[in-house]
Design a protein around this ligand. Sequence first.
Ligand code: PLP
Length: 420
Amino acid sequence: MPNWLSIYYDEPIEIVGGKGNRVVDASGKSYLDFFAGILTNMIGYDVPEVREAVERQLATGVVHTSTVYLLRGQIELAEKIAKLSGIKDAKVFFTNSGTEANETALLLATYARKTDQVLAMRQSYHGRSFGTVGVTSNRTWKNNSLSPLNVHFLHGADRHLAQFKGLSDADYIKACVDDLRHVLATAVGGDVAALIAEPIQGVGGFTMAPDGLFAAYKEVLDAEGILFISDEVQTGWGRTGSAFFGIQNHGVTPDMMTFAKGLGNGFAIGGVVARGDLMDNLHAVGLATFGGNPISTAAANATLDYVLDHDLQANAAKTGALIIDGLREAAKRLPIVGAIRGKGLMFAVELVDPATGGPSTALTARFMEETKKAGLLAGKGGLYGNVLRMAPPLTLTEAEAAEGLAIIVNVLEVINAEVV
Ligand code: PLP
């Protein structure tokens, strides 16, 4: 019987307080949060600017009105996001979560293209609703659910298949594009609405498609009029350090982007930013009652302003590089580390059994327990559950980056010594 109270740890941690980039549990133990809640506490805990914005909104007496009425904060937020997206004539629709954001994007795409056929990536995760489990690729994350969508999965970051081993990036991209053309020629029965993809796959284990793959896919899709939806739920807001939205690292402007997680710094808000002509169809399907409510919107405006005013994208680049470089250096002497990957403050350590080179979930579990003891929170995931995923708040200081790195490397060394 799985312990639903604690999917990452043997015993659940009850978090009762937070300040800066640290949280405190019920026993008073403090942790450096290298997972930012679940990439939600993007600028840390108890941020005065966010608290004051929410308190100001509460003081008006208006917690909710819905988009039946004018919500000035929502318009301000939408304008900022539309501009940052780089999408032409962009319009924004607010939801309460990433799942709803993706559901809305799929709705817009299937409506505009008049087909329920969709492309998605292997190892993807897009949410828990009927439509989004359809475009989610791994069996366990699908929860054995069927979906009304007609979905075909493309190759991307996952190169585990024997036919891809040893290929250069250019040859791999060529193989992927050939496969996409083959799917379009054979598997689908008519038009396709869209490709939905995460620029860096989150739950999939922070897997990264080679530079050039999305651009190559986009060229084929454009020729067929197929839309491209970038799921920025994990990769948005400067987290990758080198771009504000993850897909911008690939020089690709999508037709839509979906977002959620960090935008409200813990307050529930998500949404879609899409080409205006696509979004204009939405009047036909109505509003989301709580989507973009005044409290979440106030928190989101304050959070986004904070990210921009403090240039946290640059901070993600600087502190992320410090950690990723440190992990790569340590990995050279640690046979249990199969791979280090990441961009900015989104980085992963893949753990393998040194005897076989195969994935080891037992080592991942050990890592989680040992880092918990040492006062650091992390996440895990990946196709085989052997990937340690870390994504600290974008406010991480260099001192905290060094502190977290030291804990991670120390724990990896202890585990390595046990098994090698
Ligand atoms: N898309 C991605 C890339 C995600 O990582 C997640 C959640 O982890 C979702 C969508 C779903 O978001 P939510 O849990 O807010 O519904």
